[in-house]
Design a protein around this ligand. Structure first.
Ligand code: PLP
Length: 381
């Protein structure tokens, strides 16, 4: 018998039936009154749930498009940007910004560590930056940045727009746009929202919108806030065709979030992450992210001595569990396991059991059932 396949990579994450059903609906015209109403409600909900007096943008695209949207609407050629990087996705801003003719300074941590707050503060005092970028959860390292503490710091730096990449965090890690001093927050549909890939979401606070205004005409077309604002205010208008079925899917995802309650959702992610990480460490894996700044959305697990990454992951895949490999220097030494979004408790137990079986099959000494037991005990507390 073939097992059901579980996609446990850090995005796309498992898509629940009710969300799949929205994507399977008959597609309607983007001007369809019922669709326009749904789109408008989604925009309103996103603004309210992430608490901004600013604007929200829901456009067809991925997280990377949202990165580009964030930078394009807040900086112009020759501006200075401070990139705080805790890994691969933090680094992605460097290339993106340099390509746009921005002057980029980088504060980079060792993988698994964070850049200390004092270092960020010191750098911000040294030069005036038009923007700073911080990746909330860097998917390559499983490190969560102290987004709120950095936001508190930013209050002293009026000229700097605070951009947070929430692609592997938003909907799982606590975020409040205005209250945390965030000026731009963005994510993609396929991570903690639990929708298929294809929607880019971006929140822009008042300061980011003022910055956009001050820039006048910008070179970019599709990602220009000014092109989308009339649509976000009145979704019956047209700029570029909305991803109709994905908008519905996002709406269902937000309905699920409202039903669960965002605070409960954040608490659930914390509990699940702690339990999964304890269970996996008990099997002999080491977490790349240091304690104190571990993400709740995924675990980056360094193999114990003697385990062949390719073999281990192909056994998992054979049994129906798809996980991701390590990036950069950790390719071959680590695997990455997502546990965010609308993840199912049955699935998590099954994932742990399958990891145990895979370890057993590669000849690693494992007491079958041990991680499942640890996980269940943690979840019962
Ligand atoms: C996945 C990811 C991205 C890129 O998003 P895409 O949807 O793949 O374009 C950017 N930043 C972080 C932190 C991510 O995890």
């Amino acid at each position: 018998m073939k097992n059901k396949r579980l996609v446990m990579i850090p995005g796309p994450t498992p898509v629940v039936r009710s969300i799949q059903d929205q994507m399977g609906r008959e597609t309607v015209a983007f001007g369809d009154p019922d669709f326009v109403k749904d789109y408008r409600e989604l925009i309103g909900d996103l603004k309210a749930l992430w608490e901004t007096q600013g604007e929200v943008f829901v456009v067809a695209g991925t997280g990377t498009l949202a990165m580009e949207m964030a930078i394009s609407n807040t900086t112009k050629k020759g501006d200075r940007v401070l990139v705080v990087s805790h890994g691969y996705f933090g680094d992605r801003f460097i290339d993106l910004c340099e390509g746009k003719g921005l002057e980029v300074d980088v504060l980079r941590s060792e993988w698994g560590e964070i850049v200390p707050l004092e270092e960020i503060e010191k750098q911000l005092k040294e030069k005036t930056y038009q923007a700073i970028t911080v990746t909330h959860v860097d998917t390559s390292t499983g490190v969560a940045a102290p987004v709120e503490a950095i936001g508190a710091l930013m209050k002293d730096f009026e000229d700097t727009v605070y951009i947070v990449d929430g692609v592997c965090a938003t909907g799982a890690e606590p975020e409040k746009v205005d209250a945390m001093g965030i000026d731009v927050l963005f994510t993609g549909s396929q991570k903690a929202f639990g929708v298929s890939p294809g929607i880019a979401l971006l929140w822009a606070g008042p300061k980011a919108l003022r910055r956009r205004e001050s820039l006048g005409r910008i070179p970019e077309f599709y990602v220009d806030f000014d092109k989308w604002l009339p649509i976000m205010h009145d979704p019956s208008k047209y700029f570029a065709t909305p991803a109709v079925n994905l908008v519905w899917a996002m709406k269902e995802s937000v309905r699920i979030m409202k039903e669960e309650g965002l605070e409960n959702r954040y608490a659930r992610h914390q509990k699940v992450a702690k339990a999964m990480q304890k269970a996996l460490m008990g099997l002999g894996f080491t977490l790349l992210a240091r304690e104190g700044h571990r993400a709740t959305t995924l675990s980056n697990l360094i193999y114990p001595q003697g385990i062949d990454d390719g073999k281990f992951r192909s056994i998992l895949a054979e049994e129906g569990i798809i996980v991701a490999g390590g990036l950069g220097a950790y390719a071959g030494r680590m695997f990455r396991l997502g546990h965010m979004g609308n993840i199912d408790m049955h699935d998590l137990v099954s994932v742990l059991a399958t990891i145990e079986r895979a370890l057993y099959r590669v000849g690693y000494p494992v007491e079958l059932g041990s991680s499942v037991g640890t996980f269940m005990k943690e979840m019962m507390v």
